[in-house]
Design a protein around this ligand. Structure first.
Ligand code: AMP
Length: 280
């Protein structure tokens, strides 16, 4: 696997590859890689000649400094994992390489998608995401880019950014990869205490029950039911639960037959914030 730390080096390498008509698949990550990330890389490997993974803990998308400082960093292990599945290129730039000395976000208009869910609780988060993804797309200029449905709102926002800016890249959404007990894989899971980790499959269990209970007229009751599940819980505090339209991401009060819906949840285990979602 080739490892590049500068824009210039990776651009120059990929330019040569493109001249040889090789297609580029791209998987942006913040590292602390797990099987969820690797599932994206494996998918990209199947459909592209060259797969590029970036590892960059993007400061502008963190609304809490503490979360940025504590974000797990495991570059040696990450490199080994990527080697083990024959990833072609790792791009691992420094903050200065990406932002120079201006660690600032561009302001985006994602037609309202950015004001729902995560947008309500993490101010500026999606401006940070838009800024870094746009920058990385410029550097890598991939044919296809792969994003997990674990961050479903982010996936829809990236699709919107690509459409609005007419960027020449196909965005591929990939299913949520889970631990055997149902917990959605996340780099943040390693920060859970033993007790929190043991209890964490509860989140997906609640979502699965919601999927079972979801009917045409019981959305308000469902919201209350979920809130009550967490009120009683010794480890988890509910930040939000919502059932939303997959396209607009707007919370719904009534179910319509021709639309697709998802349930979204954000939960705190102490200071660790976990998110998950399920197709209904
Ligand atoms: P992150 O490193 O958390 O920014 O994630 C990088 C990419 O991996 C994003 O597109 C995430 O949605 C995706 N991802 C993270 N966890 C999972 C998972 N458990 N299943 C599928 N994709 C994931």
């Amino acid at each position: 696997m080739k490892i590049f730390n500068t824009k210039q080096e990776i651009k120059s390498y990929l330019t040569t590859q493109k001249e040889e008509h090789k297609t580029i698949g791209f998987v942006p990550t913040m590292g602390a890689l797990h099987q969820g990330h690797l599932s994206l890389v494996k998918k990209a490997k199947k459909k592209n000649d060259i797969v590029v993974v970036s590892i960059f803990v993007n400061p502008t998308q963190f609304d809490k400094k503490e979360d940025l400082t504590n974000y797990p960093k495991t570059i040696e292990n990450d490199t080994q994992l990527l080697e083990s599945i024959s990833c072609d290129v790792l791009f691992f730039p420094s903050v200065e390489e990406i932002y120079d000395h201006h660690i600032l976000s561009e302001k985006f208009d994602f037609d309202g998608l950015e004001h729902q869910m995560e947008g309500k609780f993490r101010p500026g988060h999606f401006d940070g995401v838009g800024t870094i993804v746009k920058t990385l797309f410029k550097i890598v200029a991939p044919n296809k880019a792969y994003f997990g449905q674990k961050d479903f709102q982010q996936l829809q926002i990236i699709k919107k950014m690509v459409r609005k800016n007419r960027l020449n890249v196909k965005i591929k959404g990939c299913p949520i990869f889970r631990e055997n007990d149902g917990l959605a894989m996340s780099s943040r899971n390693t920060r859970l205490s033993e007790e929190q980790r043991a209890a964490a499959p509860f989140i997906y269990k609640v979502l699965k029950k919601v999927r079972k209970k979801f009917g045409p007229e019981n959305i308000i009751e469902l919201n209350e039911w979920v809130e009550n599940q967490f009120k009683k819980h010794p480890f988890f505090k509910l930040e939000y639960f919502t059932i939303a339209d997959e396209k607009s991401l707007e919370t719904i009060k009534n179910r319509e037959s021709n639309k697709k819906y998802r349930a979204f949840i954000a939960v705190f285990a102490g200071k660790i914030r976990l998110i998950d979602n399920i197709r209904l």
